[in-house]
Unconditional design. Structure first.
Lengths: 409, 248, 409, 248
């Protein structure tokens, strides 16, 4: 089976035309890049060997090659789909190509993330390859996570998969995505991800990313949540990157739909990051929480955004941005936006940017810890975001990733 | 022999004087009460003895076991055998009570026997997985602080208002914790402690040897704890220190 | 004495050229207007009579025609300077023209607000007339406020004074500005105000505005604060307006300089308001506080912004945005920005948007108040911003204005 | 004659049951203590009697002076002579304590004699210009609430934990305020009150006629306040209500 596929051969000509028109359209936020310099990647030699040689790196981003406690696996090396399989009857894990062949995604494709949103969605549509489609069938509660992994190895190339997560009514699915780059390679990752959470369904989507200082990252994510549906997106970036900009757009369309969006960002060296998220509260009783924890070191610069737009009554939204500066040459900006278009809302925001608190350091030293130990405990604590409803196995994975990142600070 | 001796201590916080010429000493096996109204300097004295860097000693010395500890870091003082239970410990998000217990035990260099048993006995089980002091009630905060003291087993315990914001059931529980901590019912020598109290409710439990009364940043008098508490209850602090019998 | 003067006859040709180039440059925020429709106003008949006939309105915005407890008075009707006088030896209250003649402002003119900042500063430079210059001489602590008043009466006209407040070293000056419009008139108010706070000086600048639903307001304010200087700007808008956009820029250049910037906005009918402020913490020990209280009714729409940029160590900044919605068809957005370029900072932000809190209403009813009384008490309380350092007389004036506005809600 | 009679009262908050089949009555001139651990329903009962709309009565009735007040608004209940001092009143920015006092007096339709004198006596002078409860200490919050009761002079005072978070000096001050409020030292008839207490410290002052013990949302027993308090101190609430003598 030849897994190299091009999304565009299966999509209508309309997408291509739109994409071509948008190739020079800059994104709203983040550093503007010249996307023409990035090429489709060269084929990889011995992909499996490459994967197995990167076992440590993979573990760090939550990928278990033995697939223990995983309900399905998808991995992709540059443009090659390495694996797309499910071990659960209620769960489909397909490559995008296969999903088109099965006719299961035509109603969903580019419905949440427009192909001409900006130059990155355009380049994804024109040069991008493959991607996963994870579908939890109606009423199926998939216990273990589906693991997905994107591995970039070919220099100066673009990796732009188109991914979809569809949770049918009453279903539950956990997806953990690890993205990583071979240390030596320069490139652009510009994946598109569309998430559909149907009535009473629950999706958790955990991303642990390990880029390198030469990578540019521009994921484009859109999600729609129906009545009583619940979506949790937890984004963790622990390594330097050349530039990163992401801002998922989430539409809570059904009554009492909920979303929790959190980001833990450790930004080192000369990383330039712009991380946000916008939630539209479009039905009564919907609620959103956007949490970010940013740590900067060296000369890194991070902007955190968050936007909650309340369009319906009885809605709630909370944004929390905490920034911890561990070097005087780094920069943090927080730009939260609350917008109410209805009176019966509760929108709140809290932000704090600064260094470690002296009274907390003193308190811990008064219990016998050295200053250094106290600081390390506080940094680790700062990065912990409580995410209600995340399965134990994912919480553990995240804790592990955070601890390993904190020990390098 | 004096375990701790505070001599002519004057202390500033952000350039503002909070303690003036304080003298106080406590012998091995002794427990003293520190009384006084809000803002009289009781907590400042505790913070200075444990080594809070915000509290700058501008005059005087602190000796522990005849060693001058005035310039030591808090962790050094802890390693010598002093520990404090704070009146209002900071709330620290992301660090659970359990994690701190483990860290404190690991730093003390020895294990801690029957940890689970003591956890149950002290009623702090339900706090273990919670972030340190975040959303703790007054009583829970006190219990957590006292439990950490317990784990530490210090030669000198500094206990700042263990009874404030605590309800009637928990006062007696905290009283019992204190008795155990200070080894008041055991056969071996009792442990030393300075106990700050506003309310005096906890006084019954700790069998204090002396009570000191602080007013406006200095120790005004000391003497028999029962008599002093009675006077304060009757006349208030200002009147109490006018009494001739217990002048410092 | 003919008081009609044109700023530009006294300024260099360079300003005019720059302004002409910027005539089509939109402002960064707020509704974009076609400024060409607004003309220089027609001369007013019997200006003093007009003023005296508006005594009630004037009182509302803090103007006392008897000048009791005032150290100086400046008022301007459309383009005519009605009065510019000081009753204190240490205080100069001059018309802009006079100030140019005396040679006291050439080092300050357009140094903080560029003439080509946007089309409104451009139109102000080209069509605007007059303005006040208030100078507190070195070491002079002027006890009573200087009152200044801008009155617009000529329809379809632009009123664009250029104002300056200069507090020399160790001086103190309080300026209260009332702006108001004759009910029937449509127009654009686009004044430029530049404030210089020298070392150890203190300036409080209180604006109480009473526009009408046909007015467009685009004030442009810049301020510079030197070492140990203190600036308080308190802005109160209590009546509907067609559109309003303001965002003072404040530069804290000297060590330990402080600024407090607060806005109390009652927005009714179809008012469109965009109110903000940016503070640059450019020296060690500087601190800024930006507070806003916004109440919306009817179909009003308000955006509150606030931006603190910490460029130096040992700096502090706090932004607080509270929005109270009294109608379901109004809209409130809060967009605070915190930016740290140094690690030793304490930047915080809090925001809350919503309706009156049920537990507070219940509490007051449990003390015997009716629901309506309770709501009114809470609305009045919501509007009160504690401004440390404002003289009693101004606090009283503000309280009075707020109470009169609250009683109409 | 019963001044207040609570009959078979069940109450929900956000669909969750907080009170179950509560029965309680208080006569004219009587004072009762309401005891029980955290979460036992004491405050819920007070909130329901004063008419907090969050507390939905799903069963049972409340009678005041033989009138069914179950459906009345809080301000109507106040006008009939009930008033409450809250355990934790909300902090209200922009509204000073003084403003609220004025409003309460103006609503009561009669002046208040010797207001300044009483303000001094109660020690609330320094609170007058401050925003309501914002930054108040535990004790200050209690004093402010009690002062507002005082201004109101209700036939029935509902007093929720006047002693929690209060230091020793202030306990006696608050005790004295309560005695005055309830007219315990006067010649006329004493006023009625339901006093919730966790700690029991305030019990000495109010000469309660009965104590009720609540557990898990219902009244478990009642009886002699001194004996019940002693039992609770010794054995805790759970054990206390097992006692056979005072079953409801």
């Amino acid at each position: 089976m030849k897994n190299v596929l091009n999304v565009n051969t299966t999509s209508v000509e309309g997408f291509r035309r739109k994409a071509e028109k948008a190739l020079n359209k800059p994104a709203k936020y983040g550093l503007d890049l010249d996307v023409s310099v990035f090429q489709s990647p060269k084929p990889v030699n011995k992909p499996l060997k490459l994967l197995q040689g990167s076992r440590n790196l993979l573990e760090k981003v939550g990928v278990d090659l033995e697939e223990k406690k995983r309900s399905g696996t998808y991995y992709q090396l540059d443009e090659i789909v390495g694996k797309a399989s499910s071990s659960q009857p209620g769960l489909k894990v397909l490559s995008l190509n296969k999903a088109f062949q099965e006719g299961v995604i035509k109603d969903y494709f580019h419905k949440l993330v427009p192909v001409d949103k900006d130059k990155y969605t355009a380049v994804a549509a024109l040069k991008g390859k493959a991607g996963y489609v994870n579908i939890a069938l109606q009423g199926e509660r998939i216990k273990y996570p589906v693991q997905t992994c994107f591995f970039m190895s070919s220099p100066n190339s673009v990796q732009a998969p188109h991914n979809m997560i569809i949770a049918e009514e009453n279903s539950e699915i956990h997806v953990i995505t690890g993205c990583l780059v071979m240390p030596e390679s320069v490139g652009l990752h510009a994946g598109v991800t569309e998430i559909y959470v149907k009535r009473r369904a629950k999706v958790t989507y955990t991303m642990i990313h390990s880029w390198n200082p030469e990578t540019h990252v521009r994921p484009r994510t859109g999600a729609l949540v129906e009545e009583n549906g619940q979506l949790i997106i937890h984004y963790i970036n622990l390594t330097p990157v050349s530039s990163l900009q992401t801002a998922p757009e989430i539409f809570l369309k059904g009554r009492n739909a909920k979303v929790h969006l959190s980001s833990v960002i450790v930004s080192k060296k000369k990383s330039n990051m712009d991380v946000g998220g916008t939630v539209f509260l479009e039905a009564e009783g919907t609620s959103a929480e956007i949490i970010s924890r940013v740590i900067t070191k060296d000369e890194a610069e991070v902007v955190t955004r968050g936007e909650i737009i309340a369009k319906s009554p009885k809605t709630k939204g909370h944004i929390e941005c905490n920034g911890l500066m561990l070097s005087k040459n780094s920069k943090i900006s927080t730009i939260p936006v609350l917008r109410s278009e209805s009176d019966d809302v509760e929108l709140t925001h809290e932000a704090a940017v600064g260094k470690l608190k002296e009274d907390e350091i003193f308190y811990l030293t008064s219990k016998g810890l050295t200053r250094k130990e106290a600081a390390s405990v506080l940094v680790r604590g700062f990065m912990k975001v409580k995410v209600e409803g995340l399965p134990e196995i994912l919480s553990k994975q995240i804790e592990w990733a955070i601890n390993s990142a904190a020990s390098g600070l | 022999m004096a375990l701790l001796r505070v001599m002519d201590l004057s202390v500033e916080v952000d350039g503002k004087k909070v303690l003036k010429n304080v003298n106080l000493s406590i012998g091995v096996g002794e427990r003293i009460l520190l009384l006084g109204p809000n803002g009289s300097g009781k907590s400042s004295l505790i913070q200075t003895i444990i080594g809070n860097p915000k509290y700058k000693v501008v005059r005087g010395k602190i000796f522990f076991n005849n060693e001058d500890i005035t310039a030591l870091s808090p962790e050094k003082r802890v390693s010598k055998g002093i520990s404090a239970a704070f009146q209002i410990p900071p709330k620290i998000k992301g660090v659970t009570f359990q994690e701190l217990i483990k860290l404190v035990i690991s730093k003390s260099g020895r294990g801690f026997e029957k940890l689970e048993e003591v956890i149950n006995e002290m009623g702090v089980n339900h706090l273990l997985k919670r972030d340190l002091n975040v959303g703790f009630s007054g009583g829970e905060m006190k219990k957590a602080e006292l439990f950490l003291l317990f784990v530490k087993k210090p030669k000198l315990a500094l206990i700042d208002e263990p009874d404030s914001g605590v309800d009637v059931e928990n006062i007696s529980l905290i009283g019992k914790m204190l008795r155990k901590l200070l080894n008041l019912d055991g056969k071996r020598r009792k442990n030393s402690a300075i106990v700050v109290t506003h309310t005096g409710y906890i006084a019954d439990y700790i069998e204090a040897n002396r009570a000191y009364v602080m007013l406006k940043g200095t120790v005004k008098c000391y003497g028999n704890p029962e008599i002093i508490l009675k006077n304060i209850r009757k006349k208030g602090f200002e009147e109490c220190v006018k009494c001739e019998y217990y002048k410092c």
